[in-house]
Structure formats: structure tokens, C-alpha cells
Design a protein around this ligand. Sequence first.
Ligand SMILES: [Zn+2]
Length: 309
Amino acid sequence: MGEKVKVVDVTARDGLQNEAKLVSTQDKLALIEKLVWAGVSDIQATSFVHPKWVPQMADAEDVAAGLARFTGVTFSALIPNMTGYERALAAGIRHMEFVIAASETFNRKNLNRGMTESLQLLKETTRLAERDGVVLRVGFSTTFHCPFEGKISSRAVLNAVRAAREIGPWRIALCDTDGMAFPDHVKETVSLLLGELKMKASDFILHFHDTYGRGLANTLAGLEAGVREFDSSTAGLGGCPYCPGASGNLATEDLVDFLEGMGYDTGIDLEKLLDAAEFACRFSSRPYQGHLLRARRAGACGLAPSVSA
Ligand SMILES: [Zn+2]
């Protein structure tokens, strides 16, 4: 059996938060059930953001209540602020993603505060998390590129991650929010962080969007730098509110197929995962954004199976 790589499915949060069509709580839980059935053991299920900002996440408490029926799965939720933390805690969530941006402008636009304030908030959240037995993950959006500031230097990311790690021992998700990262930049950033900070490769999670079709190339760069945990979204759902036309997150089925094909062990059953992807397609008003479903089940994407030479 190959080396283990963990796949964290974020469809129910990142995948759906930009979808205009509201997805019912029942359908979100049905998708989660299919993912669990396929063997996905880490799922980001919702976001405790104010429904005024993200109406799709207005049912965060209801989704959280529905998770109790699944066993052996780590469920997490995103929290944008202290209210989000309190709501998530009350809903029984014990793994939370604290978001901050590697770019000052994106932090202000997305979270309405500067990075210094975000770090202060991380300090307060850390104090509560340690009290409440909550595990945080610090997600740095725009790690490689910002739609407003352009390329983010690996030095800037180093400083931001160092500041976060001085506050708490949390694992760090490096997120390519607009899908503009390139493999050499991914490798350079991860290598710099590993070299300069007292962190292990297992302290990092990589989160790629596939806007420009570079999600798998960037995954390979992350693997080569030693990272063994990746976020993705079933059927490639997702996007970025600041990047109109952005196709979506790297598709979970594409990622799993890629990893398994390279000899890694994800513990995920690809056929069952394709069932989940087929189901997830109905949540989007756009055509299917991944690759594998089209190649393996053309009919599910509204395409007639073709006979090729
Ligand atoms: Zn994302």
C-alpha cells in the first residue's frame, strides 16, 4: 500500500458558498453522506459566517446538527470572527478554520479588518480554543497571489505564518484562492516555510483552485515539497467572489485519481466518489468543472459518450 495522503473535501463550504442557487440542508447532508460512503474522512461542512454575507451558509447550525449521525469522520467549519466561533462551538463543532489572508488588501476586502487585527483575533480565538478543547486550523487565503495585489512573495507569507505560529501551534492551510499559483512558486514557498520555521511538512495543508487548470501541477509541486494533505471540492464546485469566471476548486475526484495513480493511498473509493460528484453537479448552474466525471461518465455531464479513434 502506498504512502498516505489526506484529502479534505470542502464542497459543502468553499464549493457552495459562491453558488447562487440555494442548496437545501437535506441536499448538503446527502452529499456529505455520499462522501463519507466513498471513504472521505475529513470534510469541511459549513461556514459560520453571517448569512447576510453568504446566504448559502445560513443553515450552518442545521448542517452541523445533521453531522452527528456520521462516525469516524473529522468535520470542520470555517469561522470568520468571534461570533462565528461561538456559534460553531454551540453547534458542537470542534475543528475550526480561522481565516486570514496573506495579502493586506484581501484581508480588508474579505474580512473587513487589517492583518494586525486578524492576528489579535487569532490570539483571542486561540485562548478560547485552548479552553474549549477546539482544534484550529489557520487558513491563509491568497497565499500565492491576490486579485488586488498580484503575486504574493514567499517572504511575505513566511512573515505572516511566523506571526500566526507565534500565537498558537495550529496547522496552516496555504490557499490559492484565485488559482493563480504556479508550481515553482508553490515549491519555493513551502520549502522556505519548512526551512525557516520549526514546522514539519505535516503542519501544512494545500488548498488549490483550478481556475487556470494548474491545480494538479500545483499539487505535484506540493507533494514534492513534502506536503501530504490537500483540500478539494467535489465536481470542482467553487470559485472566488473577486474573480468572476473563476472555475472552481480543484475537483476531489481529479485529485484522488491523480494521487492514487501516482501510488499514494487516499483511502477513498473512486467509483463512489464519482457518484458523489455526479450528485454535486446538480448544485451548480454551470457546466461540470472537473475532468474525471466527463472522461468516465460523459452522460452525467450532459454529453453523449463518444467513440474516438
Ligand atoms: Zn478556496
